[in-house]
Design a protein. Structure first.
Lengths: 931, 194
């Protein structure tokens, strides 16, 4: 095979998910069986190892270990890295997860670094062992290495993911997944013309026979056939379709059924639409490349569609289910899925492209189609978690991994750890902190330190136990003796003091404070720093102080009497009270004091981004999964009460942050897409930076989203004013005047955001074209704007009613024509309902507060009146009067002093008294033009 | 050349050399009929691209979507006057478009009324079109069926991304009005050029 072909096709076909071991099933099984003796031998060998060594024999344990190691590294970064990014070995380190005071283990950073050095090595080994991430390097090389000694070949049976150490010895081989797919490609392209054949096959590709997996290739046939034929037909079949379609049509035409033209043409129309979209996405360069090299262009189309398939299968459908599958199994499952959707995928990719929006939509579209397969797979997977059990019997072959030894830990590979953890680990490995921790000087210095290495290997997440510190060489001995003792002394003493005083400061924080202050004496000095009046001074952000603590402060005589120019709250604690606090007189919970104390004894917590970030971090950590599962909402700083629906798809792979201006920035790490929930708050520099990085910026809201607001804080705009004013009035009438502005604003914001996000096109429920089918219809719209809660409408077949649920949860019925084709809209919290008969063109208005009482029945001639009632302009004086009455009814304006009618240049308006803090809101009724 | 024809059925669609023509005028032949069309400045006009015998593509845009005019033979004659029941045609057209949109989570925004027009060089053009949105953006798409040489129908598809409608709708309209067909168009085009 020509080199360029090899490279290109390798690129095309070396799909991430398919980069698994190209191993014939028979060989894989043989490998397992054949390896049995070795396994037993190694088991025996393992038993001979010291009892201190920890066997990590499941992916779950490995994942926990890697995750915990990363967490511990982060703590190390927090506590041991200086502002300039260097390690300060003298500083104290404490795991904030330490379980109890009695078990408290404190170390300095040198000790922690030493432990982390070994933990990181083991974590790296585990990632290497358990990573079947398609992006992992070993997938290219997971065939039987040809240059290993025989014993080593036996040691690593065919089909195994290669160990980190073994990889280093493997001979680099070209990605053999091309070989895997080649039979399918050859079979499919035969007869499709020389261009396609030459594009996808031919030449000496150098595929070794042993790399061809028959069953996988057979499975692949479906997918490849679907995709290549799909591309072929999509590109070349246009004219053919046209002719076939019209030939049929012409026959019908001759029979006198002329209008069936579109019925016949629709397939071709679809095709031309799809292809026009494909053309639309081709940039100038692509068109030029097409004209120069059609073969290469075809290959790139194939690549693009395969890329979309990969994203669809992996990101959208498959990720959660694939944790416990090896490369071969993943590949098998992928091609089965691909085979099911391939025929539809080409047109989809041509129309939608392969970007983030396309992937999201594809998941929705194709998910149900492969759901049964995924479900079947998931059902089998738990069995796969058991040691030595069969794996994925429905779609793959059993490939059992034997024990391998990695460093000090005996590692038994059965499954993979999650992609997220692998990526997290790889990301961490690229940080400066990792480089510093793993610096060679340390590894040399610590080579002889077996005790701690063993301890590190023995460490399991959640139960970190480190033996009492011993000297580990001259280099560090001084640190250990000095800092550790100092740290311990300080921490213990401080902890005792504060514990006695009932102050629940964390041990880490106390110890840090102790060290920062230089010891117990300085701590005391700092703690007793007083102002001129003898008061202890703290400065904190008020928002950081829990309300119950404020009460405690108050009881203890602590004064909260000053706010600094930076928005900090100055807390003055009378010295006597402070002593009392320490002595335990007041059981005060002082989280606000559990912050590093400056040398002047003050506690400074700045408000602003820090606080916001913490809140978001909290949301992200604690509620994000819940929010995602519920398809729930998010708020922004700018619109704190707005309910912004978030798409639940793929949120787990997104990073969320709050920008300096309070905007929520969501980054999808899979696609590189940046989604900004309030783009108007994003700086031009940020956008430029993202663009420079190549992130596609999606969902950037139009700056119009942030329209100016009135003095009352109500966004301007007729419709919104109308809504806000009406709602405020309603609230005032119901005795909730004080809350009216706030609530109305919230609702308007919600409406605005919902409209902007396209999740609501109006305050209505729509249930149309369904009556004859019956069943429950979940509306795509929300009922009213006043409560963001979807309701279901029950359509009763062959009966004269339509049922729906009101905001209050009551089921109501409305009379409709039997099997009518209607739209039901509700307004005013469900008080008003409009039933539009789409076939007859009639509209009925119902007052739902009077249950089944019909307010009026309207024909087409009355449509303007109803339109006006819904906020549209009507013409004609009578209609205006009627509309005025209607609006008054709707707004429940039964007291004359709440509104007045203004005739301004022929435009009649209702001015509503919206409260003292609001300017009058106006609702335009109509104009003279209609008279 | 053989390869190209194989791929794209170019055995049916042969391309005339246009070395005499202005860069702005593209001459081509589909089936039995010859066409000319003025290609706007900075537009590309590849042949047989994505199955369109001829397509005109607008300049690159920051949003990544370009305006497209694609021409294909409809493969039928209008001897039977397939468009003489416009109201039913549009209903079927709408039903078809709605079904197509549904595949991609799209929504229609509005439909143009059926139009029958003509211009110099095109004796009859039947047009339907609609605005719609997909998860990838908003679009305005039209289908024109033009009658050439008195009987054969050709299909012209136009697609304008929503963010380019302000500028490109007019360009598309102007460009379509330069589309001419008939045996004499090539000669006329030459004369015009001279």
């Amino acid at each position: 095979m020509k080199p360029f072909m090899t490279r290109t096709l390798a690129g095309i076909l070396c799909l991430e998910l398919l980069l698994g071991p190209a191993v014939e099933p028979a060989r894989a099984v043989t490998g397992v069986i054949g390896a049995g003796g070795k396994v037993a031998s190694r088991e025996l060998q393992r038993e001979k190892r010291t009892a201190e060594e920890k066997q990590i024999d499941t992916a779950v344990e490995a994942e926990r270990y890697v995750s915990a190691t990363m967490a511990q590294n982060r703590m190390f970064e927090d506590q041991c890295m200086t502002a300039s990014g260097e390690i300060d070995s003298k500083r104290a380190f404490m795991l904030s997860t330490d379980v109890s005071y009695a078990d408290m283990n404190v170390k300095n950073c040198a000790q922690e670094r030493e432990k982390l050095f070994h933990m990181n090595r083991i974590a790296d080994e585990l990632v290497s062992e358990y990573d079947i991430d398609p992006e992992a390097a070993q997938c290219d090389n997971c065939s039987v290495p040809q240059n290993l000694e025989k014993s080593e070949q036996e040691f690593i049976p065919p089909g195994e993911a290669c160990s980190y150490e073994a990889q280093a010895r493997f001979k680099k081989e070209p990605c053999n997944t091309y070989c895997l797919w080649k039979p399918a490609i050859s079979a499919v392209t035969t007869g499709m013309g020389p261009l396609l054949v030459s594009a996808f096959t031919g030449g000496n590709d150098g595929c070794p026979k042993q790399n061809l997996a028959k069953s996988t290739a057979s499975c692949a046939m479906n997918m490849i056939k679907g995709l290549i034929k799909g591309i072929w037909e999509a590109i070349t079949g246009l004219a053919k379709l046209v002719w076939e379609g019209l030939k049929w049509c012409a026959n019908k035409v001759k029979q006198g059924v002329k209008w069936l033209f579109w019925d016949a043409w629709v397939k071709t129309e679809n095709k031309t639409s799809t292809n026009a979209h494909a053309v639309s996405q081709a940039n100038k360069k692509e068109v030029e490349s097409y004209e120069k090299d059609k073969r290469g262009w075809l290959r790139r189309k194939f690549d693009m569609i395969m890329g979309l398939l990969k994203e669809l299968v992996y990101v959208g459908l498959f990720e959660r289910e694939s944790k416990c599958m090896n490369c071969a199994q993943k590949g098998q499952l992928m091609c089965e899925i691909g085979g099911r959707v391939a025929s539809d995928l080409v047109g989809f990719a041509f129309t939608m492209g392969a970007g983030y929006a396309a992937v999201k939509t594809a998941v929705t579209k194709f998910g149900p189609k492969v759901a049964d397969l995924i479900a079947k797979t998931a059902k089998v997977l738990p069995k796969a978690g058991a040691r030595g059990s069969k794996v994925l019997k429905t779609v793959g072959n059993t490939v059992k991994k034997p024990v391998k030894w990695a460093g000090k830990a005996a590692v038994k590979s059965t499954k993979a750890i999650s992609r997220t953890v692998v990526k997290g680990w790889k990301g961490f490995k690229s940080t400066k902190a990792y480089q510093l921790i793993m610096k060679p000087d340390y590894s040399r210095a610590l080579d002889g330190v077996k005790t701690l290495a063993t301890k590190a290997a023995n460490t399991v997440p959640g139960k970190v136990v480190v033996a009492p510190v011993r000297g580990v060489g001259k280099l560090f001995k001084g640190y250990f003796e000095l800092d550790n003792m100092m740290f311990r002394q300080g921490a213990m003493a401080s902890a005792n003091t504060f514990r006695t005083a009932g102050i629940g400061m964390s041990k880490t924080e106390i110890a840090r404070m102790y060290l920062d202050l230089g010891g117990k004496s300085k701590l005391a000095e700092g703690a007793t720093r007083v102002d001129k009046k003898g008061n202890q001074v703290f400065r904190v952000a008020e928002s950081e102080i829990p309300s119950e603590q404020m009460a405690q402060f108050k009881r203890a005589g602590v004064r909260l009497d000053e706010v600094s120019s930076e928005g900090e709250l100055i807390i003055r604690v009378p010295t006597k009270t402070f002593e009392e606090l320490k002595s335990g007189k007041y059981a005060t919970r002082t989280n606000a004091l559990g912050i590093p104390v400056g040398s002047d004894g003050t506690v400074v917590i700045k408000q602003g981004p820090t606080v916001v970030e913490r809140k978001v971090e909290s949301i992200t950590a604690q509620e994000f999964a819940k929010l995602r599962d519920e398809g729930a909402v998010f708020t922004t700083k700018e619109h704190p009460r707005a309910l912004v629906p978030l798409d639940p798809n793929g949120l787990s792979s997104k990073g969320v942050k709050v920008g300096n201006e309070g905007e929520i920035v969501v980054k999808n790490t899979e696609t590189g897409t940046i989604e900004v929930l309030d783009a108007s708050q994003v700086t031009a520099e940020e956008v430029a930076l993202w663009q420079k990085k190549g992130y596609p910026l999606t969902n950037l809201k139009d700056p119009e989203w942030n329209r100016p607001v009135s003095k009352a804080g109500i966004p301007e705009g007729d419709e919104l004013n109308h809504t806000a004013a009406a709602r405020m009035q309603e609230l005032r009438n119901s005795g909730r005047g004080e809350e009216a502005t706030k609530i109305a604003l919230q609702e308007v914001e919600t409406l605005k955001v919902l409209k902007e996000t396209g999740d609501i096109s109006g305050s209505s429920i729509t249930a149309r074209n369904q009556l004859s089918k019956g069943g429950r219809v979940k509306p795509t719209h929300l009922e009213g704007i006043h409560e963001s809660r979807a309701v279901e409408t029950t359509l009763v077949p062959d009966q004269n009613v339509i049922q729906f649920e009101t905001r209050a949860g009551e089921v109501r019925e409305l009379p409709v024509r039997k099997n009518a084709n209607v739209v039901v809209e509700t307004y005013q919290d469900g008080k008003m309902a409009v039933v539009r008969d789409l076939e007859r063109g009639t509209v009925e208005l119902h007052d739902m507060t009077r249950k089944k009482t019909k307010v009026g029945e309207f024909g087409k001639a009355d449509q303007p009146l109803l339109d006006e009632a819904m906020g549209k302009t009507v013409k004609g004086k009578n209609a205006q009067d009627a509309a005025l009455d209607e609006v008054k009814t709707r707004l429940d304006l039964n007291q004359q002093n709440q509104y007045r009618v203004v005739d301004q240049n022929g435009t009649r308006q209702i001015e509503i008294d919206a409260g003292p803090e609001c300017r009058p809101q106006q609702i335009v009724i109509g104009s003279e033009a209609g008279r | 050349m053989f390869v190209i024809r194989t791929l794209l059925f170019a055995a049916v669609i042969s391309i005339y050399p246009t070395d005499w023509a202005s860069a702005a005028i593209k001459e081509f032949k589909i089936g039995e009929d010859r066409f000319t069309i003025d290609v706007p400045k900075d537009w590309q006009s590849p042949l047989d691209f994505y199955g369109f015998p001829v397509s005109l593509i607008g300049p690159d845009t920051p949003e990544g979507r370009r305006t497209v005019i694609g021409i294909t033979p409809a493969g039928a004659s209008d001897d039977e006057k397939v468009f003489d029941q416009g109201d039913k045609d549009i209903k079927a057209y709408i039903a078809g478009r709605e079904a197509w949109l549904e595949q991609f989570e799209g929504k229609s925004v509005s439909y143009d009324p059926y139009q029958k027009t003509k211009w110099e060089g095109i004796e009859e053009a039947h047009t339907l079109g609609y605005h719609y949105s997909l998860p990838t953006g908003k679009f305005y798409e039209r289908s024109l069926f033009i009658l050439c040489n008195g009987r054969r129908l050709y299909h012209v598809k136009t697609l304008v991304p929503g963010d380019q409608e302000k500028t490109d709708n007019r360009i598309v309209d102007d460009t379509l009005k330069t589309l001419k067909c008939g045996k004499a168009v090539a000669q006329k085009a030459r004369e015009k050029k001279q």
